[in-house]
Design a protein around this ligand. Structure first.
Ligand code: PLP
Length: 291
């Protein structure tokens, strides 16, 4: 694997970051996960804009000028022989505060560390889309936005990792995190939707969740299809009584959920609106691919 580290492509063995890097010492950094369909990157500019917003929120300057990113990401795909008609690419950009003496002051780190990693994209198994997946509601609560905004896609991911550990222990696909008011937020790496009496429901951003790029696209597709939308504050019981449920993120697209806390959702199979929206997603995603 060729990895872009700071200013050049290096081999996996050479891709080494200092133990003084504040990304390692304090989780002080931001990242994005992006994918390609063939050679074209999905919503590249939206992901790069979110990376910039995350960096701005922590006062980190991204040392790569905006105009260089498209060529850099394409070179990373070509060097790793992915991002072509045979293999879609999974791209991860990480920018950390960089190496500096121990201490919290970001000024200790004059040079951020930039890493771009690329690998073949392994989408979820077809069986999971056919049967739907099971979730639990985690004991771990989503970060309080006034303490650490979920809009910052930070390399400190412990909040989500603790909820993921609960899902693993329960033998399910993932966990739903509630907020400080016991309202639904999102899962550990995806946004949450459900359907009630023909209305598409999803937790509002002020519940404390990442403004997912796929979430936003799905809401756009639902508006085009004139499906009524409720973005709001919902308790767990609204979800367990829902007719359908699904998750969205860049790599999964639309993943049906058929069980929450051992309660079947609807009739326990992927719902018709879930499947309709996924078909619509597949039919229209070419609109959102960058050259
Ligand atoms: N929520 C969290 C916590 C995430 O980490 C992610 C994706 O990484 C998402 C939601 C979905 O975001 P997107 O649709 O932009 O991939």
């Amino acid at each position: 694997m060729w990895i872009y580290l700071n200013d050049r492509f290096v081999t996996e063995q050479e891709a080494v970051v200092s133990v003084f890097d504040h990304g390692f010492l304090y989780g002080d950094g931001v990242y994005e996960t992006i994918r390609s369909y063939g050679s074209r990157i999905f919503m590249r500019d939206r992901h790069l804009a979110r990376l910039r917003r995350s960096a701005d929120a922590i006062g980190l300057t991204i040392p790569i000028p905006e105009h260089r990113w498209p060529a850099l990401l394409h070179e990373a795909m070509t060097r790793n022989d992915v991002g072509h008609e045979r293999t879609d690419a999974y791209l991860r950009i990480t920018i950390s505060r960089g190496p500096g003496d121990i201490g919290l002051d970001p000024a200790l780190c004059p040079t951020p560390t930039v890493v771009i990693m690329i690998k073949p994209l392994h989408p979820p198994q077809a069986e999971q889309y056919r049967t739907g997946v099971s979730l639990i509601v985690a004991q771990t609560r989503r970060n309080l936005p006034s303490a650490l905004s979920p809009q910052i896609k930070a390399t400190n991911f412990l909040n989500n990792i603790l909820a993921k550990r609960e899902a693993i222990a329960a033998g399910v696909f993932d966990s739903i995190l509630l907020n400080w008011e016991s309202h639904l937020t999102e899962c550990t790496v995806s946004n949450l939707f459900f359907v009630r009496a023909g209305r598409l429901c999803t937790p509002a951003l002020d519940c404390g969740l990442l403004d997912g790029i796929t979430r936003d696209m799905l809401l756009g597709l639902a508006r085009e299809a004139q499906i009524p939308i409720d973005e709001g504050h919902f308790g767990v019981e609204t979800l367990t009584q829902a007719d359908e449920c699904f998750l969205t993120n860049t790599t999964m697209e639309v993943m049906p959920v058929t069980m929450v806390d051992k309660h079947p959702i609807g009739d326990g199979t992927p719902g018709p609106l879930t499947q309709q929206l996924h078909r619509q997603f597949i039919a229209t995603r070419a609109r959102f691919l960058e050259p």
